[in-house]
Design a protein around this ligand. Structure first.
Ligand SMILES: [Zn+2]
Length: 211
């Protein structure tokens, strides 16, 4: 259980990282922390990477019942200028940001802001993803969340790509992945034809539910 830090009277902020595979509940955990801050009347803003130039608010996140408005930005440097009025800044899907995000988060923390970053720690090849490994190095607090392996039910740390596509980023294609433990991930396509049957309740909920 993650306990929110509080340094009353301290001038500096800090960095929290929530990382894990797809379907591990990173975004839910991000929302939980942000909502608690909102309830305490702290000024909260949430950013996510955008592939286009729009600045309109849009829903990040999760569940129909558990969503929160976020600001899409196309480069990490924009986050600094848009964060001046806030005491808590959340960043979702942080793995898609440029490496400059690390310095951005450090600057925000130095400015007294609580920074909560959520993102994939590994890409589909099992390699460290974007700015996340460096953020883990400089963060005060790290929470690694896990999914459940689709094949054996153990804790899953890997995002296995079912589709044959070698690009690191496949946007909007969450149905093309499944969570796997280390061993099942290593077994690769051998397991593709023998997944645990998904129940009807799980149908149609896959895309934005867990990230
Ligand atoms: Zn497994």
């Amino acid at each position: 259980m993650f306990l929110e830090p509080h340094f009353k009277g301290q001038r500096s902020g800090w960095i929290e990282v929530i990382c894990g595979s797809m379907f591990s509940g990173k975004t839910e955990e991000l929302i939980r922390r942000l909502k608690r801050a909102m309830i305490a009347n702290q000024k909260v803003e949430i950013f996510k990477p955008s592939v286009d130039q729009r600045y309109d608010k849009s829903n990040v996140v999760s569940h129909d019942m558990n969503k929160i408005l976020s600001v899409p930005v196309n480069h990490s440097s924009k986050i600094i200028e848009l964060s001046t009025d806030f005491s808590v800044v959340g960043i979702d899907e942080a793995q898609f940001f440029d490496l400059g995000l690390v310095d951005v988060c450090q600057e925000l923390a130095l400015n007294g802001i609580r920074v909560i970053v959520a993102g994939l720690d590994m890409d589909y090849l099992g390699k460290p993803f974007g700015p996340i490994p460096n953020l883990l190095s400089v963060a005060e607090y790290i929470t690694k969340v896990h999914a459940i392996c689709s094949h054996c039910g153990n804790l899953a740390t890997h995002s296995y790509r079912l589709a044959a596509n070698a690009e690191q980023v496949m946007l909007g294609a969450k149905d093309e992945y499944e969570p796997r433990c280390r061993t099942c991930y290593q077994m690769g396509n051998i397991l593709n034809f023998n997944p645990i049957k998904k129940t009807e309740n799980n149908e149609g909920q896959t895309s934005d539910l867990f990230s």
